[in-house]
Design a protein around this ligand. Structure first.
Ligand SMILES: Cc1ncc(COP(=O)(O)O)c(C=O)c1O
Length: 451
């Protein structure tokens, strides 16, 4: 690699960064991350910090998972690539589909469709939902229902069901036939109430009302994240997902669980659908399936859908959808190693225990810092929302949020900001001491921002 001066001089000069303003990036180039070990990352200036972002909610096993690295290395040597379009397959893909069917057995998810990442998984699920209804003789079921504040990636389908205008406005018009319901959020909602169960009932009533208005026979699927991630870590009441499941069942609407963040232990349960005691019809996964070491994803399909696709050879039932890298042998080998490691280390158990400590610490910080309006989370996906006033809940200026992040970084912890939220999603292997370090760094960042 070229020397540090070259990297600094050319940083953000010949590249457009995802989810960033190009002018801003040129004016304030991003940190150059040079190395990583365990739960720490090191930047070009030699700062070694605890990564409370976990890469991007995905490096659940940390940066030093040798079995995963070795699996990638070995598979690169044996078979670095071959297509899985009809006619050919590969060993790791077959083995992974078997292992995933075991892993997701409690959810009744018995088939996998492989993708190159989360947005691909969402696109796949949206398309398969429409196709399912067409095979079943209900071609008018094409609409989607989604949640405001939901995040479902950046393809046109995913952005259309996305519930945040930041990800939509510049790219509109979106797909027609998408309806958004309010987020199941006790801190901010249009009903002016704070009781989670009551909010869930109100959204369910809105869903029923919308179904009556649209016509159930025009709706293909309802999509939700079991815990809304990028929208600011919004944890629905425990009754919410089961209520939505019941309404979907009543009206023949498929339930898509977008578990790109939650599928492999992050909430403290092995997946978010299990956390809420539900079975989705389609589940989108990606991210931690390969620990972020290889771009890969899987859509898991409920056994209820299999007969429609597997009992007909008609063109309508043929899956005319897929990616060059679907079932990539290296990604599949990485995923197999990840599955085995996450079970061996009981990542879900640790996420639950460490997450409870983190959330308790965030509540303590809320009591201490008026800048925190709300502290929330489930397992190791947590956030604090900053406000200037607890009654109006007005967001502080951007530079205040930035000061918290910079202050925490100076204390040795990388955190993520999203609007007025400071989001924490560290690797699931963090220790109790790591959690205390995250909390003390946040405390320092908040002090800095309150000056
Ligand atoms: C819930 C959810 N769905 C979909 C995506 C998109 O995944 P990717 O960025 O891998 O395309 C994300 C990414 O953060 C996500 O959090």
């Amino acid at each position: 690699m070229r020397d540090d001066n070259f990297l600094n001089e050319n940083n953000a000069k010949h590249v457009w960064h995802p989810m960033a303003n190009a002018a801003e990036m040129r004016a304030n180039p991003p940190k150059i991350i040079q190395g990583a070990e365990g739960v720490h990352i090191t930047d070009l200036d030699g700062n070694r910090v605890l990564d409370a972002v976990g890469g991007l909610w995905n490096v659940n096993l940390g940066y030093s998972s040798e079995p995963v690295k070795q699996a990638i290395f070995n598979q690169m040597a044996d078979l670095p690539y071959y297509s899985t379009f009809r006619g050919t397959t590969n060993g790791p893909m077959i083995e992974l589909s078997y292992e995933l069917a075991q892993f997701f057995k409690p959810e009744g998810l018995t088939r996998a469709f492989f993708t190159s990442g989360g947005s691909d998984s969402v696109e796949t699920a949206l398309r398969l939902a429409r196709q399912y209804h067409k095979i079943k003789g209900q071609p008018e079921r094409t609409k989607y229902v989604a949640l405001k504040k939901g995040y479902h990636g950046t393809h046109v389908g995913g952005a259309s069901v996305n519930g945040n205008s930041n990800f939509r406005r510049a790219y509109e018009p979106m797909l027609p036939g998408v309806i958004h319901l309010p987020a199941p959020w006790d801190y901010r909602n249009p009903y002016g109430i704070t009781d989670g169960a009551e909010i869930a009932r109100k959204i369910a009533a809105d869903f029923e009302d919308e179904i009556a208005f649209q016509g159930a026979d025009t709706i293909a699927a309802f999509i939700m994240e079991p815990v809304l991630g990028a929208g600011g870590v919004i944890v629905p009441h425990e009754t919410f997902m089961p209520l939505m499941r019941a309404i979907c069942d009543k009206h023949g609407i498929l339930l898509i669980a977008d578990e790109v963040i939650t599928a492999f232990g992050r909430t403290g349960a092995w997946n978010g659908s299990r956390l809420w005691g539900t079975q989705p019809d389609l589940m989108c996964t990606a991210k931690a399936i390969t620990n972020g070491y290889f771009p890969f994803g899987a859509v898991m399909i409920h056994e209820k859908l299999t007969e429609a696709f597997e009992s007909s050879r008609s063109p309508l039932a043929t899956i005319s959808h897929g990616y060059t890298y679907s079932g990539h042998p290296v990604g599949a080998a990485a995923a197999l190693a990840c599955l085995s490691e996450m079970k061996r280390l009981d990542l879900a158990g640790n996420a639950g225990a460490r997450g409870a400590e983190l959330l308790a610490g965030l509540h303590a910080l809320k009591a201490k810092h008026p800048l925190i309006g709300d502290a929330r989370g489930k397992g190791l996906m947590c956030a604090v929302e900053l406000v200037t006033d607890h009654t109006t809940k007005a967001a502080p200026a951007k530079d205040v949020v930035q000061k918290v992040q910079d202050g925490a970084y100076a204390e040795g912890v990388m955190m993520r900001t999203s609007g007025a939220n400071i989001i924490m999603s560290p690797p699931l292997i963090v220790t109790a001491a790591d959690v205390q370090k995250i909390l003390s760094a946040l405390d320092a960042g908040l002090k800095e921002a309150s000056k």
